[in-house]
Design a protein around this ligand. Structure first.
Ligand code: S3P
Length: 170
């Protein structure tokens, strides 16, 4: 049986919030790959992108994903929004778990991302530019997210409790 439950989806689609809630419900450990990378690097995701570049970040991400997939304990894992763009990651994840995609409308994602400004790929953009870029990235990444086994909406009216309930009943 496949062990882990992986959350994928665009930045700010609610992967970490929902993942944590589901892990609590299932009594499983929760792992957020971005947090593991930040802890190991001793700097923020933005600093890693700025100082070492995206390729270095993707390498760290691949290493973390390959490592946690080996966990004997079944985990709930929140992936970074770009993890499935790497074929190597998809292979490891598919072999070891079930993939749940969360999605929300581009306008909702943009509003959430604009509030925080912690995403280097969408930093320093006007509201309009950010929305356009999100739409383009969603188009480019649709083929990656389409690898998920399930897809669940997570817009503003869908609290993590609601999303978790839906996943529990799938
Ligand atoms: C990225 C998503 C981010 C983080 C990095 C790159 C992406 O994670 O891994 O900024 O390429 O979509 P979240 O999806 O958790 O924001």
């Amino acid at each position: 049986m496949k062990k882990h439950l992986y959350f994928t989806g665009f930045m700010a689609s609610g992967k970490s919030r929902t993942g944590r809630a589901l892990a609590d419900r299932l009594g499983r450990p929760f792992v957020d790959t971005d947090n593991v990378i930040v802890e190991r690097a001793g700097k923020s995701i933005s600093e890693i992108f700025e100082q070492e570049g995206e390729a270095a970040f993707r390498k760290m991400e691949r290493d973390v994903i390959a490592e946690i997939a080996q966990s004997e304990k079944p985990l709930v894992v929140s992936l970074g929004g770009g993890a499935l763009t790497q074929a190597e990651n998809l292979k490891v994840i598919r072999e070891n778990g079930t993939i749940i995609r969360l999605w929300a409308k581009p306008e909702v994602l943009s509003e959430r991302i604009g509030r925080k400004n912690t995403r280097p790929l969408l930093a320093n953009l006007s509201d309009e530019e950010r929305l356009e870029k999100i739409k383009q990235m969603l188009k480019d990444r649709e083929k990656n997210y389409a690898n998920a086994d399930f897809s669940v909406e997570s817009t503003n009216d869908y609290s993590e409790t609601h999303v978790t309930e839906r996943i529990m009943h799938m």
